[in-house]
Design a protein around this ligand. Structure first.
Ligand SMILES: NC(=O)c1ccc[n+]([C@@H]2O[C@H](COP(=O)([O-])OP(=O)(O)OC[C@H]3O[C@@H](n4cnc5c(N)ncnc54)[C@H](OP(=O)(O)O)[C@@H]3O)[C@@H](O)[C@H]2O)c1
Length: 300
C-alpha cells in the first residue's frame, strides 16, 4: 500500500492517477471532507484526516509500505506537518518516504522554500530510505483555457524575467516510478523542464499554438493573492496573512532573479526529454484540464 498525503490537491491528484496507471495500491489522505473523486482517479482507499493530528497520521499509515508526502503550499504549518509525517512514518515502519520538495529549497528568503528545507533536513536525519523530489514551477500554474479565452497572460512579477517550468504530469510520473524502486533510495532529484522563457515569450508560444492573440500583463501581487486565498470568509486569517507574505517574497524574487534549473535529471528518469511548454499548451488545447487553477494563482 502506498500512502499519498495532500492527495486531493493538484499535485496529489496527478500522483494518485500516475500510481494507479502503474497498478499500485493507493491510499489517499487529505483534510477535504469528500475524497470520492480520488477513487475515480484510481485510489483504492481514501482517508479524511489532518496531517497535524498524529492520531490521524497513525491511522493513515497502518499497513503502508511507502509514503509520498506532499504538503499544502504556502501554509504557515507546512514544516510542522512534514515533521509529523516523517515521525509517524518511522513509527509505522514505512520502508520508503518520497518527499515532495521544491527546486532550490536553500533560497531561504522564500517562506515556502524555508519550509521545504526544514523538512528535507528531518528526512535526511530520519534513518529511513528516502527520495527527495525537487520540482520546478509547474506549467500548470498557467491555465491555458483561461489565457486563450481572455487573450491575456497575467502574472504578478516582471514580464521580462525568465523562469523555468516543469510539467506536473512528468513530475507525477517520476514519483510513481521511484516510489517502489530501491535504486532511487537516498537520492535528491531536481525536476526541471528545458524551457526558460519570460512572460512575453510564453504568451507568444500560446498565440502560435492557439492561433489567438495573447499578450502578457503584469498584475499586482494582491490580485494573485485574492485568487489563491484559501478562506472564503471576510475575516483575514493567520493562514491568509502567511500566504500573502509568502507570495510577496516569492514574486519579488521571481521578478528580480527569475528561477531555473537543469533538465538532465528529469530526462534521465523519464527516459525521454521533459515535456516542452509548447507541447503542454497543445495538450491543453485538445483536452479539458479542469484541475488547472486561475493563471498566476498558487504559483511556486
Ligand atoms: N505549484 C508549483 O509550481 C509547485 C512547484 C514545486 C513544488 N510544489 C509543491 O507541491 C506541493 C503541493 O502543491 P499543490 O499545488 O498540489 O497543493 P494544493 O492543490 O493546494 O493541495 C494541497 C492539499 O492539501 C490539503 N491539506 C491542507 N491542509 C491539510 C492538513 N492539515 N492535512 C491534510 N491535508 C491538508 C488541502 O486541502 P484544502 O484545500 O481543503 O485545504 C489540499 O487538498 C506543495 O508543497 C508545493 O509547495 C508546487
Amino acid at each position: 500500500m502506498i500512502l499519498v498525503t495532500a492527495a486531493n490537491g493538484r499535485t496529489g491528484r496527478s500522483v494518485v492517477a500516475a500510481l494507479a496507471r502503474r497498478g499500485h495500491n493507493v491510499r489517499a489522505f487529505d483534510i477535504a471532507r469528500d475524497l470520492e473523486e480520488l477513487r475515480d482517479l484510481g485510489a483504492a482507499q481514501v482517508i479524511v484526516g489532518d496531517m497535524l493530528n498524529p492520531g490521524d497520521l497513525s491511522r493513515a499509515l497502518e499497513g503502508v509500505r511507502a509514503v509520498i508526502h506532499i504538503g499544502p503550499p504556502l501554509h504557515p504549518r507546512e514544516a510542522e506537518m512534514g515533521h509529523l509525517v516523517v515521525a509517524a512514518a518511522r513509527r509505522a515502519g514505512v520502508e520508503h518516504l518520497v518527499q515532495f520538495s521544491v527546486t532550490h529549497p536553500q533560497l531561504e528568503p522564500l517562506l515556502n522554500h524555508q519550509a521545504k528545507l526544514a523538512i528535507e533536513r528531518v528526512v535526511l536525519m530520519s534513518r529511513m530510505a528516502f527520495t527527495i523530489l525537487q520540482p520546478m514551477h509547474y506549467m500548470q500554474n498557467i491555465d491555458i483555457a483561461r489565457v486563450t479565452a481572455s487573450g491575456v497572460l497575467s502574472q504578478p512579477y516582471d514580464l521580462n524575467t525568465r523562469l523555468a517550468h516543469v510539467d506536473l504530469q512528468d513530475v507525477a510520473e517520476v514519483a510513481a516510478l521511484v516510489v517502489t524502486n530501491a535504486e532511487h533510495h537516498h537520492a535528491t532529484y531536481e525536476l526541471c523542464g528545458a524551457d526558460y522563457l519570460n512572460a512575453h515569450q510564453l504568451a507568444a508560444v500560446i498565440s502560435a499554438e492557439s492561433g489567438r492573440l495573447v499578450t502578457a500583463e503584469q498584475v499586482p501581487v494582491a490580485d494573485a493573492f485574492r485568487v489563491a486565498r484559501a478562506s472564503s470568509s471576510q475575516r483575514v486569517s493567520e493562514e491568509d496573512d502567511f500566504r500573502r507574505d509568502a507570495m510577496v517574497r516569492l514574486f519579488d524574487h521571481y521578478g528580480r532573479y527569475g528561477i531555473t534549473g537543469n533538465p538532465n535529471v528529469l530526462s534521465w528518469l523519464l527516459g525521454r526529454p521533459p515535456t516542452r511548454f509548447d507541447q503542454y499548451v497543445r495538450r491543453h488545447l485538445t483536452q479539458d484540464s479542469p484541475s488547472s487553477p486561475p493563471s498566476g494563482a498558487a504559483a511556486e
